[in-house]
Design a protein around this ligand. Sequence first.
Ligand code: NAD
Length: 261
Amino acid sequence: MPKSQHRAVVTGSTSGIGLAVATALAGRGIDVMLNGFGEPEAIRALVETIGRDHGVRCLHSPADMSKPAEIAAMIQEAEDKLGSVDILVNNAGIQRVSPIEDFPIDAWDAILAINLSSAFHTIRAAVPGMKRRGWGRIINTASAHSLVASPFKAAYVAAKHGLTGLTKTVALELATSGVTANCISPGYVWTPLVEKQIPDTMKARNLTREQVINDVVLAAQPTKQFVTVEQVAATALFLCSNEAAQITGANIVMDGGWTAA
Ligand code: NAD
């Protein structure tokens, strides 16, 4: 694959959907900055593998997406070391399942900060460069929960609904600048984020693990199948293409029919 003139930052890309998106972008010859948490040795191996396999520059930023100053510094570092941020994928996210009356206040604050406010901060920092160059792609990983709610997920549902509002606003502001802004809204994808919420869902709904997987998770999706990280990554690649230049302010839903019901 020839080197692309574009460079990308993908937040929350040390596992799950973000890692698949970052790997797919690297597969198109795009230099990429990973971000997210993990074992230092595992992250070093990821960076090396992606860089070597795809012949691109791959970096990692440990910036905490709940900390505005670290977010701004990450975008600056990407611009300094990669040369630009042309593709920005806001993907970092966490989840908490709890009845509203017990919902921990620190979990509410963290989910709103990481799943919503971080996108405001990255976009704010990356847009001046995109406008100057007259090209940019902002892709925000929302969720089927940007359109519908589920019990016990107050903060996540609120954050994902908010993310679509932010995305539409930015799309309108940037409409004539060559920069598009869109959401991708997957249904359930089998990742650590889903795995981690199973015990709390069992408790909140008084169900077994199997019942949660079959009667809550898969039951939400008429196709009765998980969305895959590769399917989400393929959609992100399409949104980065010039063929997708007129798609802006959209929420691309890939949820096995969940929100059609
Ligand atoms: P994941 O747990 O595999 O990945 C989350 C990533 O975010 C990891 O790299 C993690 O290190 C990073 N992260 C967490 N907190 C962070 C912080 N404070 N600062 C920086 N990075 C941080 O989960 P995933 O399912 O791949 O989730 C990725 C995105 O997809 C999230 O925004 C999630 O809401 C969204 N999503 C997931 C599903 C699903 O079913 N898995 C469905 C719809 C949307």
